[in-house]
Write a protein that binds this ligand. Structure first.
Ligand SMILES: Nc1nc2c(ncn2[C@@H]2O[C@H](COP(=O)(O)OP(=O)(O)O)[C@@H](O)[C@H]2O)c(=O)[nH]1
Ligand SMILES: [Mg+2]
Length: 306
């Protein structure tokens, strides 16, 4: 048995059957894992370097739990910058100051459009002694960033499997590049938000286009629907919706049929974001706002990112 080059599981071939099917037939299968990589962070040797990869569109609610587990020097890579609506890099960077990580450098990157990949590579080279671990929450783009580094800076003919579902990478994958080793890791999973979304929306999210903020000045009672999965009831307020521009947002003056499985109300008294994990966020000024969902996703409030 050896490790699958695509996801790290033990297999008798070079590539396991699941990775083969993802790559050749676009056939994705949801995998739920019990083994949370968060528990393995202590095993990283203290002189190794960590690239902490964060999806700017999906900053996890419990981000601080990761902070207490990392004792290494960290390069903070704010990924999926290509989707963000403003180039306010300083604001994105300073948002993470409150977490007090042992940060060498923070950079906005995009493996999709190759943005700042040279800077990331240089920063790794200048700080690594032996291994550099790519860690972060599932789907933040760790494997995609490693693939980009392999493609740009080596002649190695291999790539790690990536997908729009959670838990694509299942074990550590080590790739020797230059004088150091890149280590891909399974994502940290603290909820099932992503796997609870329907296939239709997951496929749309895998083709996400740059966010174009949509402002609503709501007078009287109105309902705003995001795809057919989120119903927002808001009265007399200004809200701005930040979701990828290929995700449908509609305003209704009357109620429409919606099967909700979860309903949550927020009393916001200063400008805040209501975060819908993996989909986007809603910037709200002081107001009462009610959100209904037809899948089990955990929404939460944070200070505004933009
Ligand atoms: N728009 C955009 N999507 C990305 C970027 N990097 C990764 N993705 C997508 O995010 C999803 C998860 O990527 P993956 O590398 O498998 O994440 P991992 O679980 O952290 O290894 C895939 O659908 C990727 O195509 C990026 O820079 N921009
Ligand atoms: Mg991965």
């Amino acid at each position: 048995m050896n490790k699958c080059v695509g996801c790290g599981v033990l297999t008798s071939n070079n590539l396991c059957e699941r990775c083969f099917r993802i790559r050749n037939y676009n056939e994705y299968k949801k995998v739920d894992v019990n083994n949370n990589f968060l528990n393995n962070l202590d095993k990283i040797s203290s002189d190794d370097l960590v690239v902490l990869v964060v999806d700017l569109l999906n900053i996890p609610k419990n981000f601080e739990t990761i902070k207490n587990r990392i004792k290494n020097k960290v390069i903070l890579a704010l990924n999926k910058f290509d989707l963000m609506p403003t180039n306010n890099i300083d604001r994105y960077k300073s948002y993470f100051d409150k977490y007090n990580l042992n940060i060498i450098d923070t950079m906005c990157v995009s493996s999709k459009n190759n943005y700042n990949i040279d800077e990331l590579y240089e920063c790794i080279r200048n700080n690594v002694t032996n291994k550099v671990y790519f860690i972060g929450y599932t789907n933040s783009g760790k494997s995609s960033l490693i693939n980009k580094l392999i493609y740009n800076y080596s002649s190695i003919d291999t790539s790690i499997t990536t997908s729009y579902l959670a838990n694509t990478t299942l074990d550590l994958i080590e790739i020797k590049l230059d004088t150091f080793t890149l280590v891909d890791t399974p994502g940290i999973v603290t909820d099932n938000n992503l796997n609870n979304l329907g296939d239709n929306i997951l496929k749309k999210l895998s083709k996400s286009k740059i966010i174009k903020p949509i402002s609503y000045q709501v007078k009287g009672m109105q309902y705003i629907f995001i795809e057919d999965i989120i119903k927002i009831s808001v009265s007399d307020n200004d809200i701005i919706i930040y979701v990828p521009s290929n995700i449908c947002v509609d305003r209704y003056y009357k109620d429409k049929c919606f099967t909700s499985i979860k309903s949550i109300s927020f009393n916001i008294n200063k400008t805040s974001d209501i975060v819908i994990p993996n989909i986007g966020f809603i910037k709200v000024k002081s107001s009462k706002i009610n959100i209904e969902l037809n899948s089990d996703i955990d929404i939460y409030v944070r200070e505004p990112l933009i």
